[in-house]
Design a protein around this ligand. Sequence first.
Ligand SMILES: [Zn+2]
Length: 409
Amino acid sequence: MSEDLVGRLGERLRTIAAIGADPEGGNTRLAYTEPERAAHDQFIAWAEADGARCETDRAGNTVAVYREGEPYFLLGSHLDTVVRGGAYDGVAGVLGGMEAARLTGDRVSAGVRVVVFAGEEGARFGRPNLGSAAAAGLLDEQSAERLRDAHGTGLAAAAAELGFEPVAMEPWIGEEILCFFELHIEQGRQLEAGSARIGLVDAIAGSVRLRFDLVGRADHSGATPMPMRSDALAAASELILAAEEVGRGYRSTVATVGRIEVHPNNVTTVPGEVKLWMDIRDIDADLQRQAAATVFERARALAKARDVGISGEVVSDQAPVVLEAWPRMIAHRECAKRGLTYQILPSGAGHDAAIVARRAPSTMFFIPCVDGLSHSPREQASVEDIAAAVELMGAVMVEAQKSVAGAVG
Ligand SMILES: [Zn+2]
């Protein structure tokens, strides 16, 4: 493994981690904010120094053309984060993509581009993969219009402030892409548990996000006897437990309520209103749909039993995706060749690769992260593992090129 490669990756990880460094720890580069753009600018500076031509589309995705021509290999990930996120989520895939593009150089005759997708994390607007969805033609105006951040700012307004217009963009992800490669930290503990250095991802779980509004009555906590109450938070608690039960009921389903808002949120007032956000994921599309339907059913029954108004809506709905087999087959031959321990596994987290996969062959390589920790300042991964994945990615590109030589001409 080249010392240069390891050194440069380490240094660049630190440079990106200094952008949007949060005083409380970690990085805060939320979707469609100045810190996210500053990270893209740093990417452009590095790519241009490599001789790549850079373009930013109307959704704020930045593409560096390392090798002109179509069809082309696309590599990359994202540089936005959640609030106080880690230094590796997304960053590893962007830096790794640049390195793989440098590494392969003239060994591939197809085009090579590196992309930084905008707004991958759903942390700000409740919906993930905004940039890649726009580039794939999967961001419709109607659903985009409903997206608001915690301050009530809409996606369109936030993007316009930075000079972007995601929904008006002409999609560009299509059949010119030979394969999209996304390198990413696992964000789980399977690789660590199995002592594998590389994860070859075969499927990416989908995610349905639901929002429920529960309306009861805000009464005085001392003057209102129990039978006369309409407690929105007590009802919400039952709904949260119902989601947990639904998640446990299916083999591969996970269901989480990670955010609630209580009004008036006062010690001496029966909670009158609660908003809650639920995330249901599965690698099986039918089970995912069924789990969401069951939660809605339980919410209806609960509203009746507790005399609380409950309305629910689907904020976003992403189906699970099975990734193309051929890049993974090449990868596992290459892993065996270089004695790299690997494991084939599904991704429980969503990624831009799941979006690109609807339009073009896509593959994901995972590297382990310490204790599975992610979306946290304590997120930690090994630079040597990123470098090993870069070399693997490069080798797979060269091999893939041979098998698609006819298409490349
Ligand atoms: Zn990520």
